[in-house]
Structures are given as C-alpha cells and as structure tokens.
Design a protein around this ligand. Structure first.
Ligand code: PSU
Ligand code: MN
Length: 304
C-alpha cells in the first residue's frame, strides 16, 4: 500500500472490509506510564475498541518501519526498552533512515493513521502550549498537526501542565473544531473542568459523526477534538493534582529541561508525587476515550 507502512493482518483485513478502525498512540506506552501498567493499559485499550465493534490499530515505529497494528512482541519492546525514541512529526524521516524504534505522539500517530486511511484516534491528552511559552517557545507539534491532518482525536482535554487558555486560542486560530462530549467544559485530563468552556457541546455519537463527516466532505483541512471528560468517579481532587503539577513544573525548570523531554518528565513526576493515584485516573480516562472513539468510528461507517 505504501512503501514505509507495515499494516498488521488484523488491521489490513478491517481496511479491506471497510470496517471501523480506531488508531491508538504509543508514546503513552513508552514514555507516559511505567512498566508493567503501560502494557496492561495498551492491551486493555485494544480490547475495549474490539468490544465496541471496531478494530484497534496501535501505531509505532519498529526498526524504521511505520507499524499500524502491533503484535505482542512489538508492544512488549515498546513498553520495556529504554531505547525507544519519542517520535513527533519532525523525527519520522530520521527514525526511518536509521532503522530505529520509536513511539508515536499524537502528532505522528495522526500522520501515520491518515496515511493508512484511519479517521478516528483515541489518546489520553493532547500536547499544547506550555506555561511560559512566551519565553520558551514550547508549543507541542500536536497542535500544528490538528490544524493540518484530517483525523478525529478523542481525548480528555489536556493537562494543566499546559497553558490551557493559550492552547485553545491556538486551536481557534487554526480552525480546529473542538466539541465537548456531554459537557460544556473543556476538561483538564484529571479533572472534568479546566475553567474554560467549549463553544459546542454534543450529547450523541451520531451528532459527533455528522460533524466530522461534514468536515471531511468539505475537505476542510485539519482534525477535530472530541473532548471527553474523565468519568466523575475517577476524577482527582483539584487541589491535589494542581499542587503536584506546580511542583513538577518547578522541578523541570530547575533542571533546565527543554524540548521533547519536558512532557515525559512532567508526566513521570506527577505520577510519583501523587503516589500512583494519578496513574489510576489516567488509565480510566484513556479507557473511556477508547470507548467513545470506537463508537464514533462505527457510527461514521454507518453514515455512508
Ligand atoms: N499529555 C499527556 N499524556 C501523554 C502525552 C501528553 O497527558 O502521554 C504525550 C502524547 O503522546 C503527546 C505528547 O502527543 O506527549 C506531547 O509531547 P510534546 O509536548 O513534547 O509535544
Ligand atoms: Mn514541547
């Protein structure tokens, strides 16, 4: 199909039969959660997608090949090896040429999904404009990708390690559709509210599908964000998570971290500072995103 792509038999069959498919990212496996919870989470995500009528396609780069759908060994490698690079748009060509292993971020997962013809993607949270970006210039490449690539991304908003207000301004400027699913609030990953509202809120999967289909039919550039808040019962107390985030940011500044190391460091420190309770919430919210993404992928197929 494409010289750089390697599609698993299960995903290839789904593509051939025009079945619903959900892309899943691998940076949350390699750099977002500790072993063995990361592998457990990745497998559970795939199962949730299957139970809801779609086929999961976890995306990563193995030995320089763009993989769409991973086998057990590949997932194990991503979850345990210390040599897995975090790959965003910028890094893809070098990782191919050097035949390296890489986990894909939201940006690079969108790119590879889109090459494979997959339209729906579930993740935990998107990257965004970091606090203090007016000095550091740290704006995640995820936002540029959302502005350019036609994939619907189901997420629990973004963490307040970011400047959520500036992230939303950026997305507005670049014409990225954002819909709150059963909420009027833009969620902040561990919490259902961020202090920011979404302009549009939808109660049904059918309406989400119609929205994204309109974007596709009009050939409007860019993706769509389905902001799906963490279920109430798994939400974290605001003060506890906020304190951990503030402390983690302070430490990352003290260490002088820059570039792609910032986000993985913050995720790891937040997990340590909350003694693993944030990891539990993290797992639950990604599961909920996989569920909604599977329903959306199925609905998109039935529209046509
Ligand atoms: N935010 C999270 N969890 C994550 C990430 C972000 O709450 O796992 C990962 C995603 O893969 C996202 C990437 O695409 O970090 C963004 O990294 P950066 O900020 O370096 O662009
Ligand atoms: Mn960054």
């Amino acid at each position: 199909m494409h010289p750089y792509l390697e599609i698993s038999p299960e995903v290839q069959k789904a593509l051939d039969n025009n079945q619903a498919i959900v892309a899943l990212e691998s940076t949350l496996v390699a750099h977002g959660m500790p072993y063995p919870k990361n592998i457990e989470t990745a497998q559970k995500l795939e199962n949730i997608v299957r139970e809801n009528g779609a086929i999961p396609a976890t995306i990563a780069i193995i030995n320089g090949r763009l993989k769409v759908g991973l086998n057990k060994d590949e997932l194990q490698l991503l979850g345990t090896s210390k040599e897995v690079l975090k790959v965003s748009r910028r890094d893809i060509p070098m990782v191919i040429a050097k035949k390296l292993n890489g986990s894909t971020t939201v940006a690079s997962t969108m790119i590879i999904a889109s090459i494979a013809g997959i339209k729906v993607f579930a993740t935990g949270g998107i990257g965004g404009v970091h606090r203090g970006a007016q000095k550091s210039f740290d704006v995640s490449a995820d936002l540029m990708e959302l502005a350019n690539t036609r994939v619907a991304v189901v997420c629990a908003g973004c963490k307040s390690v970011l400047d959520i207000g500036l992230t939303l301004e950026y997305l507005e400027t670049h014409g990225v559709a954002i819909v709150g699913y059963k909420t009027k609030n833009f969620p902040a990953f561990f919490t259902r509210k961020s202090g920011f509202k979404v302009d549009f809120s939808m109660e049904s999967i059918q309406e989400l599908a119609t929205t994204f289909q309109a974007k596709l039919d009009l050939k409007l550039k860019g993706g769509m964000i389905i902001a799906n808040p963490i279920p109430k019962e798994f939400e974290m107390p605001y003060e506890i998570i906020q304190e951990a985030i503030d402390d983690a940011i302070e430490e990352s500044e003290e260490r002088g971290l820059i570039g792609k190391e910032v986000t993985p460091f913050l995720l790891k420190r937040i997990d340590e500072l909350t003694e693993g309770t944030s990891l539990y919430s993290n797992q639950k919210l990604v599961y909920n995103n996989a569920l909604v993404a599977a329903q959306l992928a199925v609905e998109l197929k039935s529209l046509k």
